[in-house]
Design a protein around this ligand. Structure first.
Ligand code: 5GP
Length: 202
């Protein structure tokens, strides 16, 4: 059976990652999606088991101690992580899986699965990122500055990534299509087609 791809998608707050991943999942209804676990409280409209598996800090730490977490990080005082129970059932079924995770978790995944396809989503410029964060109108200037400085640190993790995709203003569809193209190209790599080519004449 051909192995599925592990597709990691990261991007700073304001990169439009959530929307693009949503579009991608609409375009590829068969793709597996790992619902992360988090200790942060649900936002209005978020459902347990759909947006996240919401759990207590104690439960998350128990899962960590029992080696049930593939990757994790602490972000703004909360744990976030991929549960092996979520990811392995998709990976073992040979399906492609999307992990929408931040950079530290992505670096852990890349170490465990070197052929994971890691994609960093970025707005067209730092100014555009700042404008998007300010445009939301939901955060104070201090929080915006903190997010911008975090975004700068996140770029330091690019060594763990394979692709940078720009999410231009109003071009979420184009951006999702570009990622779809990357996924197609990755599936066509000689190394991934080896089972097929080796058995072509037999
Ligand atoms: P939010 O609280 O806005 O939903 O997510 C905050 C950050 O945590 C986002 O960058 C999101 O991609 C990241 N994140 C969500 N789930 C996971 C996960 O399972 N692992 C890691 N490493 N990061 C995650």
């Amino acid at each position: 059976m051909e192995k599925g791809l592990i597709i990691v998608i990261s991007g700073p707050a304001g990169s439009g990652k959530g929307t693009v991943v949503g579009l991608l999942r609409d375009m590829m209804p068969d793709i597996g999606y790992s619902v992360s676990a988090t200790t942060r409280t649900p936002r209005p409209g978020e459902t347990d088991g759909v947006h996240y598996h919401f759990m207590s800090k104690l439960d998350f730490e128990k899962k960590l101690a029992e080696n049930e977490v593939l990757e994790h990080t602490r972000y703004c005082g909360n744990y976030y992580g991929t549960l092996k129970s979520e990811s392995e059932k998709i990976i073992n079924a040979g399906k492609d899986i999307i992990l929408e995770i931040e950079v530290e978790g992505a670096s852990q995944v890349k170490k465990i699965y070197p052929d994971a396809v890691c994609i960093m989503l970025l707005p067209p410029s730092a100014e555009a990122l700042a404008a998007r964060l300010r445009g939301r109108g939901t955060e104070t200037e201090t929080v915006i500055r903190r997010r911008l400085s975090r975004a700068e640190k996140e770029l330091k993790y690019l060594e763990f990534y394979d692709y940078v995709v720009i999410n231009g203003e109003g071009d979420q569809d184009g951006c999702a299509a570009k990622i779809l193209g990357i996924i197609d190209a990755e599936h066509s790599k000689c190394a991934r087609m080896k089972d097929f080519t080796d058995n072509f004449f037999s």
